[in-house]
Write a protein that binds this ligand. Structure first.
Ligand SMILES: C[S@@+](CC[C@H](N)C(=O)[O-])C[C@H]1O[C@@H](n2cnc3c(N)ncnc32)[C@H](O)[C@@H]1O
Length: 158
């Protein structure tokens, strides 16, 4: 499959911050967690191992998706997870009950109409570092992990 260049490169979120993002989303075993731009899959793999939920990771970089699939198998959560090489802007994520984002401000805003169109009431969106312009988050917090500090934002679809 030939896809265009990534909109942002791979910058991994440290494990303690991943946990904080999943806690902010109040992930339950019944959730389906999507990471749009999943990199090595660490966030949905953590969701599956720590909360027992299902998850889907989407990344435009096939090398990252290969790594994610290998790690998921090593950690015995491959049956709970699916990974796809795809452009997140051309992805159907209607099944998500939680969406995780670590993109850029203009990429969040470009995605916003799709989030509002596709997600069901009660779905939570968690974004690392970047907000959604005029759409005020219901919660935000500052998280520090491995010498990195980030603001984490949460919205819930009404
Ligand atoms: C900042 S990294 C975040 C990785 C992971 N979510 C984390 O927090 O550890 C962004 C990821 O988005 C992917 N990406 C960039 N543009 C994309 C697009 N249009 N569709 C799908 N993935 C994309 C990159 O390949 C990269 O792995």
């Amino acid at each position: 499959m030939s896809l265009r260049k990534p909109d942002i490169g791979f910058i991994p979120t440290p494990p303690a911050m991943v946990k904080a993002m999943l806690d902010l989303a109040e992930v339950q075993a019944s959730d389906v967690v999507y990471d749009l731009g999943c990199g090595d899959g660490r966030i949905v793999i953590a969701a599956a191992t720590q909360f027992g939920c299902r998850g889907v990771g989407i990344d435009i970089d096939p090398v990252r998706i290969e790594t994610a699939r290998t790690t998921a198998a090593t950690k015995h959560v491959a049956d709970q997870l699916q990974f796809y090489v795809a452009d997140l802007y051309e992805t159907d994520f209607r099944a998500a009950t939680v969406v995780i984002l670590y993109l850029l401000p203009h990429l969040n805003l470009r995605l916003l109409p799709q989030l509002r169109q596709q997600l069901q009431p009660g779905a939570r969106i968690i974004s690392r570092d970047f907000d959604m312009g005029d759409w005020q988050p219901e919660r935000s917090l500052i998280c520090t992990a491995d010498d990195e500090e980030a603001t984490l934002y949460r919205w819930t679809i009404a």
